[in-house]
Ligand binder design. Structure first.
Ligand code: ADP
Ligand code: NI
Length: 213
């Protein structure tokens, strides 16, 4: 990256810290910074344009519908920040395109290598040790139970945080775009599976009557 590009990145990081101040829902600024770290790790061989990867990762949740419903439609926050630092129209278009295709809920696979990297980087943060923390934090915020009795036999309602492991988290490794992303996702998923085994063992109650004997 050029000196001028690094300067832009630093300024954007400051703006993002301000934008997310007071946000603890699992989409806080530390999530964004981890996604930047993951994205740069996945782009260590510079297959993608480093400047675009870093800026897109920094801005990927700046107009998330859940946090910023007023700007979500037009990418208002991201556009405002990019304009402020005179990022070219061409680069702005590339970044906005990436932001709009990375979210799991969008169901899209980004076309560009930079987009594929940022999507993988975002998904990595939903699994592994930090993914577990975010999952329970989200569940707590949305008044969801940690687990239900039927979760491990497939008889739960599917609404608990543990159910979310099966509904989404364990599927992410199969959805990775890049080889490096898949490799890291496999490690983190092995950890999730190990965690679930322990969780199942610690919570297993076949019959309460057995406990009273
Ligand atoms: P994205 O940024 O791709 O739209 P989400 O906003 O759906 O992702 O998820 C943000 C975080 O909250 C992730 O770590 C995800 O696993 C977690 N999460 C999302 N939905 C649930 C749920 N129903 N139960 C528990 N955790 C959830
Ligand atoms: Ni994200």
């Amino acid at each position: 990256m050029t000196k001028a590009e690094i300067e832009i990145i630093k300024n954007v990081e400051n703006d993002i810290r301000e934008l997310f101040s007071g946000e603890f829902s699992g989409h806080d600024v530390l999530h964004t910074l981890r996604v930047v770290k993951n994205a740069r790790m996945l782009n260590a061989d510079n297959a993608g344009d480093d400047f675009i990867v870093t800026l897109s990762a920094l801005l990927h949740d700046a107009d998330d519908r859940k946090l910023f419903p007023e700007t979500a439609e037009n990418n208002g926050n991201a556009r405002k920040i990019l304009e402020k630092y005179c990022v070219s129209k061409e680069n702005t278009d590339r970044i906005i395109d990436i932001i709009n295709s990375v979210s799991f809920s969008s169901g899209k696979i980004p076309c560009s290598i930079e987009g594929k990297i940022v999507q993988d980087a975002d998904r990595l943060d939903a699994i592994g040790a930090v993914g577990i923390a975010r999952c329970f934090s989200f569940g707590g915020n949305h008044s969801r139970p940690v687990y239900e009795e039927g979760d491990f036999s497939g008889e739960g309602s599917g609404d608990s945080s543990i159910a979310h492991f099966y509904n989404k988290l364990l599927k992410l490794e199969g959805l990775m775009n890049t080889a490096k992303g898949r490799e890291e996702a496999e490690k983190r998923t092995a950890f999730l599976k190990n965690y679930l085994e322990h969780f199942k063992e610690e919570t297993d109650i076949t019959s309460l009557l057995d406990l009273y004997i």
